[in-house]
Design a protein around this ligand. Sequence first.
Ligand code: SF4
Length: 462
Amino acid sequence: MCGVFGIRSTERDVARLAYFGLFALQHRGQESAGIAVSDAGRLMVMRDMGLVSQVFTEQKLQGLHGDLAIGHTRYSTTGATHWANAQPLIHHGRARTVALGHNGNLTNAAELRAELLEAGVKLGSTSDTEVIAALIAHDEAPLEEAIANAMRRLVGAYSCVALTEGVLVAFRDPLGFRPLCLGRIGDDWCVSSESCALDLIGAVYERDVHAGEIVLVDAANELRSTMAAPARPDGALCIFEFFYLARPDSRLDAVEVHGARVRMGERLAAEAPAIADLVMPIPDSGTPAAIGFARASGIPFSEGLIKNRYVGRTFIQPDQGLRQLGIKLKFNPLAEVRGQRIVVVDDSIVRGNTTQQIVQMLFDAGATEVHVRVSSPPVVSQCYYGIDLADEDELIAARRTVEEVREHIGATSLSYISLEGLQEAVLRPESAVCRACLTRKYPTAIPTGAATAKMKFEVTPA
Ligand code: SF4
């Protein structure tokens, strides 16, 4: 999962606005961050490993001038974790130079990459993103046609922002797996993975970039739109975005995420009631569904668990003697759970280890019953479209019944929302979303074989 942002303005400090846009999208990727600017067509990029606030300083931002900017926050799915894969990537091709940021995952990246290498194209990174940039950069057709030609070759998920030829470009795969929306700040156009970034910079949400659409904002600030792929009545917007990935204050396909999560909790309370004294979330993504559960069931809501918000992905690992710190690094229960029957609401159970430790922690804190309620159906299969869930044999629900999962996590009871219940909560028909990790029905061809599944490539330095 990644976050992308783009803006065009001759009046505003585009690099600074991209910085704040990325800041709002930080939840979509914490591994690396970058901003590329175009100043009268000249491209410059600054990217590094780390959080947005670690990568950019005031001084660095002041060095990024231009009338166009794109930004990216990365959480690696395809390609290894190292600097060369930080984005935006710049690729110099026969026809043009392209700076590109990508959210998603191609399922045919290995074939396309092999073709490009065969044709003598030098690739400097191991990510599938450079494959997209290279296809556009080496195509001598006019820009819009070159992007459309590339899109006809790409299979999988891609919501992209790019700078080339002094133009800001955004395009989205024909099934629209990953979100991408357009906004306006005054007369200036901007584009973002999620609407929460538009809110932060004071932009107004205009609409989503359509699945299969190419949007270009040119030097005259004119917005041009072309459909690269024929409009389809269906789509495949990732349903995981609704219950876990997106920020609750974002709108996906015009549906407010927080409201959808509250509806999931209300539905869970109707489908899987529990006799209990308190409803509490596993913070933060379980909170709206816990609010919905409490509201619909009439059981009081409690914070229950306090989360340390400063635990990042890279903290000093406890040594053997401190292993018992475990989950306590992240959560600590409140005294009020003692002697209580508790409903714990989480957004999903992937491997099950965290849930197991939280259940144990609540019993240790004196809870008499722990009823786990989950606002997604069991996750049974891996994602090929940009979410690093886990391989199928690591997914706890892939080969276990609900009762076996309950036993594993040690809960008093366990229930998941039904697929129909989730579908109704997101206000989108089944034909409009991807649910493949819940149903094993993939909307595109998927790579076969474990080696291609994760699509790890060797580095070929440019
Ligand atoms: Fe989202 Fe799951 Fe589809 Fe991946 S497989 S795009 S996580 S719904």
